[in-house]
Design a protein around this ligand. Sequence first.
Ligand code: PDD
Length: 289
Amino acid sequence: MPAQTVYLNGQYLPVEQAQVSVMDRGFLLADGVYEVIPVYGGQPFRLTQHLQRLRNSLAGIRLDLDVSDSQWSDILNRLIADQDSTELSVYLQVTRGSAAKRDHGFPSEVSPTVFVMVNPIPPLDPKLAQQGIHAILLDDIRWQRCDIKAITLLANVLLRQQAHDLGAQEAILVRDNLALEGAASNLFVVDGSKLITPPKSRYVLPGITRDLVLELAPAAGLVATEQDIPAQSLPGYDEIWLTSSTKEIMPVTLLDDKVISKAKPGPVWQRMTQAYHDFKQTLGQDSCP
Ligand code: PDD
């Protein structure tokens, strides 16, 4: 099998040859941001929105990067063309770059490290649609700028692993008694025909899948609202979902030890998943979905 090609600082290289200095601030200080962009039928999905969020994240960490949308598009398309599969996920990372010495303050002369790789997206487990997932509630131990998609993910890593250690697939994070989002996903609850998600804030990543689900809600017969969700109210909702670019819409059927939506993915989830898949089919018909 030919080696995977990745993009690093203007070059397209076999992954084994792509090397970053140990002085890179991403390595030493986790000083950088990233994006994960799904690709369906060989086309990046919601690219404009992902690139806008990338710009917001870069501004959030005060990192200037002069790459236009069409330049990003060219990089992604070249890496996508190199793959056998057309169902992929793009991982894109920008760090502040490497400086002569390790210092917390920004170096005066430094150029960002830009890295992009594309990998096949694993097909969604069919058990998901039959059984849903198990989530647990955990205290949100992350920082106060969760709206920045920062590579500083140690808290998320520990929280996700804590969920795995308890046999669950995801942790739902709680701060000041409010359920905010998952360790790597956004949160929705269903109350009759009402779809609720926490409002955007410094404690929630503005998920691209989240925004699309809100956009599709009216066509799926749902009234969407952004409002706080007290953690203790969660088991009382008809359905609970977690959304992300790589896992799409995951129905939660067990929360801690409480059964949700009669232990199977609910009818509203089925409707919304259908709407989501229908929307994906519009790729290629619309140049910029
Ligand atoms: N994570 N919240 C957090 C904390 C996340 O890390 C993610 C996604 C989301 C969902 O955002 P989106 O719908 O834009 O994927 C919400 C990605 C997939 C990751 O870190 O791999």
